[in-house]
Ligand binder design. Structure first.
Ligand code: HEM
Length: 239
């Protein structure tokens, strides 16, 4: 899976459907002024951007108005962790949804969703570093070594940072599409690390209901990707 992909289909979508030539020729053939589908319009990206920021504003308002409950620090750390996992799942769902609904234009939104995953993960890490550890680097390092679930989460954070800094077109050009795509498959490893982090944390409380829901969602998304990879390999050997 290509987290913040603009390689391949993304570029294709833009050149085939977004290009001015395509719009002009479609109009002249039909003899009427045809409007671009909403998903291909800049407004769609603006709308998605605003939607992705809603959880942030909700948390920000909650912290400001003191409506996050009796333990606002814990609520903020947990809610930002939940949103990280949700955005990870949404990002992983783009490709299957694109294929299933036959909407190639969805690829345009993958990079933004991936970057929002990183945004909420940074918020999660910063809330923890500030509200749990008082920005004490020594304490943070000791905690990472001491608590396995924090160590696993940190591995996810480091991998995610690598994907975020290489998510831009210049990095794709510098690395080459094949190497870039290979690196960006790490999104699956990040999803599994995030899930393990969540599982480990909830194991201490013997509370697995929510973890099970995320595990099913991630298993379905990973299963889809593996099935597609196997089908591609099969087609390759048949030729
Ligand atoms: C891919 C990376 C990560 C994901 C997906 C993730 C996700 C989550 C989730 C879903 C929760 C549970 C929220 C709940 O109970 O509703 C959580 C809790 C937590 N996470 Fe993360 N996390 C990640 C990385 C990190 C990192 C890097 C740190 C710190 C170094 C961290 C520290 C914590 C802490 C302290 C809690 C709360 C524990 C508690 O309240 O007992 N997480 N995280």
């Amino acid at each position: 899976m290509n987290l913040m992909s603009t390689v391949g289909t993304n570029t294709g979508v833009r050149s085939q459907a977004e290009g001015p030539t395509a719009a002009v020729s479609a109009n002249s053939v039909a003899g009427t002024v045809k409007r671009k589908p909403f998903l291909l319009r800049p407004a769609a990206k603006v709308l998605l951007f605003a939607l992705c920021l809603l959880p942030f504003w909700w948390l920000f308002y909650g912290a400001w108005a003191n409506t996050l409950g009796p333990n606002p620090a814990e609520a903020l750390i947990r809610a930002s962790g939940d949103w990280t996992l949700r955005f990870l799942c949404i990002t992983l769902a783009v490709s299957p949804l694109r294929q299933w609904a036959n909407l190639p234009a969805l690829a345009r939104f993958r990079r933004m969703l991936g970057l929002f995953t990183f945004f909420y993960l940074l918020l999660h890490f910063l809330s923890y570093s500030w509200l749990d550890q008082g920005f004490n680097i020594d304490a943070i390092v000791k905690d990472i070594i001491k608590r396995p679930f924090i160590l696993v989460g940190t591995a996810g954070l480091l991998l995610m940072a690598l994907l975020a800094v290489t998510s831009f077109n210049r990095a794709i050009k510098a690395m080459g599409a094949a190497r870039w795509q290979m690196l960006h498959r790490a999104i699956y490893a990040i999803a599994l690390l995030g899930l393990l982090h969540f599982f480990w944390m909830r194991a201490a409380k013997n509370d697995f209901a929510e973890v099970a829901v995320y595990a099913v969602v991630i298993a379905v998304l990973l299963g889809w990707r593996m099935k597609r990879a196997l089908a591609k390999r099969g087609a390759g050997t048949a030729i």
